[in-house]
Ligand binder design. Structure first.
Ligand code: ADP
Length: 190
C-alpha cells in the first residue's frame, strides 16, 4: 500500500505531480480542493459552505474537512494506495489522517514536501487565474492563502519530520526532473 501525502504551498505543483503519480503507480488520488470545487459547481449545501471560505482564502473547518476525507476514502475499494493532495493542511487533520489509516491497518508511506520560491508561486497562481478563471487565483486571495499556508499548514513539515516521513523535493525546475526526484524518494521507501 502506497499512501503519499503530497505537500506544498498553493501553486507548488501538487496537482500536476499527483496526476503523473496516478499514471505510474495506479493509486487513487484525493484532491480536497477538487472535491470542494465539484460541490460548489453542483451547488450542494456543502458547496455553499465551502465557497465562502475558499473565496476568502481561508481553510474549511477541520471537522468538516475530516468527514469529507473519510467518506472519499471509504469509497475506494481494493485500492493500491492513495495520494493525498491538499490534505492534511493542519496538525489536527494530520492527526486525524494518521488515526484513519491506522484504523485500516495502514499508514502514510511518505510525505513529499514540494518547495518553491514565493515569487514563483505568485507568478504561477496569477497565470493560472488568468487561464482558468479560478475564483481564488487573484492577487489578493493568493496573498491570504500564502499567509494561511505559512501559519497553519507549514507547521506540518516539523510534524512529519518527527514522524520520520518528511521528504524534501525541490519543486522549482523541469517538471520531469521534479517527477524523477519524487519517484526516487518513493522507490527508497516502498
Ligand atoms: P491550492 O493548493 O492551490 O491552494 P487547493 O485546490 O488544494 O488549492 O485548495 C483550494 C482551497 O480549498 C483552499 O484555499 C481551502 O480554502 C480549501 N481546502 C482545500 N483543502 C483543504 C483542507 N484540507 N482543509 C481546509 N480547507 C481546504
Amino acid at each position: 500500500m502506497l499512501n503519499i501525502v503530497i505537500f506544498g504551498a498553493p501553486g507548488s505543483g501538487k496537482g500536476t505531480q499527483s496526476e503523473l503519480l496516478v499514471e505510474k503507480y495506479g493509486v487513487n488520488h484525493i484532491s480536497t480542493g477538487d472535491v470542494l470545487r465539484a460541490e460548489i459547481k453542483n451547488a450542494t449545501s456543502l458547496g455553499k459552505v465551502a465557497q465562502g471560505y475558499i473565496e476568502q482564502g481561508q481553510l474549511i473547518p477541520d471537522d468538516l474537512m475530516i468527514d469529507i476525507l473519510a467518506s472519499v476514502l471509504d469509497g475506494f475499494k481494493e485500492s493500491k494506495g492513495v495520494i493525498f493532495d491538499g490534505f492534511p493542511r493542519t496538525i489536527a487533520q494530520a492527526e486525524a489522517l494518521k488515526k484513519m489509516l491506522n484504523g485500516r491497518g495502514q499508514e502514510v508511506t511518505l510525505m513529499l514536501d514540494l518547495e518553491v520560491p514565493e515569487d514563483v508561486l505568485m507568478d504561477r497562481l496569477i497565470k493560472r487565474g488568468q487561464q482558468t478563471g479560478r475564483a481564488d487565483d487573484n492577487e489578493e486571495t493568493i496573498k491570504k492563502r500564502l499567509h494561511v499556508y505559512h501559519t497553519q499548514t507549514a507547521p506540518l513539515i516539523d510534524w512529519y519530520k518527527q514522524e520520520g516521513k518528511h521528504h524534501h523535493i525541490e519543486g522549482f525546475g523541469e517538471l520531469e526532473k521534479i517527477f524523477g526526484d519524487i519517484c526516487e524518494a518513493i522507490e527508497k521507501k516502498k
